[in-house]
Design a binder for this molecule. Structure first.
Ligand code: SF4
Length: 254
């Protein structure tokens, strides 16, 4: 999965840029998902008086509105981006307004001052209203008008964005000699590639459907141990996903 984010202040052209990129990626026959960050504090789809709201008020901790054309699972809190992305199996996911996380970013802006506020080494391009002023480059970053240059912007995104990188703290992993965020910046500068992330294969742990992030050295020990075990089995195919599932005993309540 490849993930990138389009960030910027209100009315800077973020949604138009996202819309154009999604449409162009779909036209190229990729599967695409998206996430829209909403900063409005009072935002909720579950308004007082609706049946789903009555379920929640009665104590249901997870409510689903199941319609004929749409299913909305209403979590009563903000989920982490990592958790949200677990629902996605698309080839591309476009984030709008998400500033956190180890993802390449496109900054949409009205002015160069707006760009400066969001500029860091995860930024790969500039777009939005600023592109209407005829600017083609800013501090070495290309400036795209998503309305007239959607194809060129998509070509650029496809060339730049690596497969989703981990986001461990430097204390947790520096197998590649840098932090995950430094490796992303180096990839965007063209100095490194996704293959320079030495954490492989990635080992994921879920308990009762809930995912846990394992420290890289734990992943490495588990991957090596399990590979040694399964590689002796008939039909073992190197490079294929291995999954091991078992049920734990539940302890009676009360
Ligand atoms: S090897 Fe991969 S997981 Fe480890 S620090 Fe580098 S990029 Fe992050």
């Amino acid at each position: 999965m490849k993930v990138f984010s389009v960030v910027g202040i209100s009315y800077s052209g973020k949604t138009t840029t996202v819309e154009k990129l999604i449409a162009e990626l779909c036209r190229r026959r990729f599967t695409v998902g998206s996430v829209k960050n909403i900063h409005f504090e009072a935002f909720t789809l579950d308004t007082p008086g609706t049946n789903t709201h009555r379920h929640r008020e009665a104590g249901s901790s997870l409510v689903t509105a199941r319609g004929l054309e749409e299913t909305d699972i209403l979590y009563p809190h903000s989920l982490s981006l990592g958790k949200i992305l677990e629902f996605y199996d698309q080839e591309w996911v476009v984030l709008e307004g998400v500033r956190e996380g180890n993802f390449p970013k496109i900054v949409c802006a009205h002015t160069e001052e707006d760009v400066e506020e969001l500029l860091d080494d995860s930024v790969m391009a500039i777009a939005g209203q600023l592109a209407n002023k005829g600017l083609k480059e800013y501090k070495g970053l290309p400036v795209y008008n998503a309305l007239t240059e959607a194809e060129a912007l998509t070509d650029y995104v496809m060339a730049k964005v690596p497969r989703r990188l981990p986001d461990f703290s430097p204390q947790c992993c520096n197998l590649c000699g840098m932090s995950c965020r430094e490796l992303l910046a180096a990839i965007l500068r063209g100095e490194k590639s996704r293959e320079d992330c030495l954490l492989r294969p990635e080992v994921k742990l879920t308990v009762g459907g809930k995912s846990f992030t394992l420290a890289p050295f734990v992943q490495e020990v588990l991957a090596k141990t399990l590979t040694a075990l399964v590689s002796t089995l008939d039909g073992y195919q190197p490079g294929k996903e291995v999954s091991l599932v078992w049920e734990t005993e539940s302890s009676p309540r009360g």
